[in-house]
Design a protein. Structure first.
Length: 322
C-alpha cells in the first residue's frame, strides 16, 4: 500500500533526476532564488489555491500552475490550528488512488489586496495597523476559507462565502524560514504533524506528504502513512518512504523495493498528560495531550519529511476510503 502511494524514484521526461534527489530540494538555481521567490505578483482577481504545511506561523500558498508564495496571517489567526485538521473545504487531489479511495486536499480562494473603507472592514484595518500601514490599506491578499460544515472552527465558520483571513504580502525565504536553522519552530511543527497523524488514525486514512518546488507544477511524494486505531485504542501507522533514512526509529525500518518501511504502534492513552495532573480517575476524554509525547510520536515522520531539506514546500493530503 505504501509503495503504491509513494511511487518509485525515476527521471522525468527530460531525463533529469527527480527533484527529491538534490541536497536542498525546493530551491531554484542560486542565481534565480532571491529574485524569483520574492517577486511574486499580487493576485488581480480571485484565485483558487491549495496549501502547504504551516510552519513558523507561515502558510505556503500553492497557486494553480507552478507558483508558490509564503504568507503570514496579519490578524493573529494560527492556520496550524485550522489547516489539515478536517475543518476546511476540500476537493479531489491529483494522486492516483485505487478504486474505492479518494484523495482530499484543502482549498481556498485568494483575493487581491483592496483598500477597504475604515468602518467597513475592521479586520483588515487591524491587520494594516499591526503591519505599520495606514488604516484602510490592505497589506496583502485575503484568504477566504470555507468551513467543511457549518460547525467548523470559528475562524472559518461561515457556510456562505467563507471567512476572510488577511495575509501579509509574499515573504522572502529568509522572512519565512528565518536566518538560521534555530529560527525554525521544530516543536510547533512536530505537534502539528502529530495532530495530522491523530486525524489520519481516527479516519483510517492514508496520510500523504509531498514536496513541491517553486516553478515545478508537480508534487513529489515523500512519505505515506496508512493509519488506523484498533478497538483497544492503539494507533497504528505504517510509514513508507523512498528516502534513505538513518538514525532514530528508522534504524528499525524494514527495506523492500528501495523503500524504507516502519511500523509505529502507539497506545492513545500513552499520549495523555500524567494522571497526577488530572486525577487518577479522570475521564480520558477530558484529559489533555502531553506535548512531549506528541512530539516523540511524530519524530519519525518529521525526520523523514524534513530530510530532503527545507520544509517550506511541504504539503499533505488525506487518502480516505469512500
Amino acid at each position: 500500500m505504501s509503495e503504491y502511494f509513494v511511487g518509485r524514484a525515476d527521471r522525468d521526461r527530460h531525463g533529469s533526476q527527480d527533484p527529491m534527489e538534490p541536497a536542498i530540494p525546493g530551491l531554484p538555481p542560486q542565481d534565480d532564488a532571491d529574485h524569483d521567490l520574492t517577486a511574486a505578483a499580487a493576485p488581480t482577481g480571485p484565485q483558487h489555491v491549495r496549501f502547504g504545511v504551516p510552519f513558523n506561523g507561515v502558510v505556503p500558498i500553492w497557486h494553480d500552475g507552478a507558483e508558490i508564495t509564503w504568507h503570514r496571517p496579519t490578524d493573529g489567526t494560527d492556520l496550524a490550528q485550522v489547516l489539515g485538521l478536517g475543518h476546511v473545504e476540500t476537493e479531489d487531489g491529483p494522486s492516483p488512488v485505487p478504486e474505492g479511495w479518494s484523495e482530499r486536499v484543502e482549498t481556498g480562494t485568494l483575493l487581491p489586496p483592496t483598500a477597504p473603507d475604515a468602518d467597513a472592514c475592521p479586520v483588515l484595518d487591524d491587520a494594516a495597523a499591526a503591519s505599520g500601514a495606514e488604516p484602510g490599506c490592505a497589506v496583502g491578499p485575503v484568504l477566504m476559507l470555507k468551513a467543511i460544515t457549518p460547525s467548523g472552527r470559528r475562524a472559518i465558520n461561515d457556510p456562505g462565502t467563507g471567512a476572510p483571513v488577511p495575509l501579509s504580502a509574499p515573504l522572502s525565504i529568509e522572512e519565512a524560514m528565518g536566518v538560521t536553522a534555530g529560527d525554525f519552530d521544530i516543536t510547533g511543527f512536530s505537534v502539528h504533524i502529530a495532530r495530522l497523524m491523530l486525524r489520519a488514525a481516527r479516519d483510517r486514512a492514508i496520510l500523504l506528504f509531498t514536496l513541491r518546488a517553486p516553478h515545478d507544477p508537480e508534487a513529489h511524494h515523500l512519505l505515506s502513512a496508512p493509519s488506523e486505531v484498533d478497538d483497544d485504542g492503539v494507533l497504528h501507522f505504517h510509514l513508507g518512504t523512498l528516502l534513505e533514512m538513518e538514525g532514530g526509529a528508522w534504524e528499525q525500518a524494514q527495506h523492500s523495493g528501495g523503500m524504507a518501511l516502519l511500523d509505529l504502534d502507539v497506545p492513545y492513552a500513552s499520549l495523555l498528560a500524567d494522571t497526577r495532573t488530572h486525577g487518577a480517575h479522570a475521564d480520558p476524554a477530558q484529559q489533555s495531550l502531553d506535548l512531549e509525547r506528541l512530539v516523540a510520536m511524530a519524530q519519525p515522520v518529521v525526520d523523514a519529511i524534513l530530510q530532503p531539506g527545507f520544509p517550506f514546500a511541504l504539503g499533505c493530503s488525506f487518502i480516505i476510503p469512500d
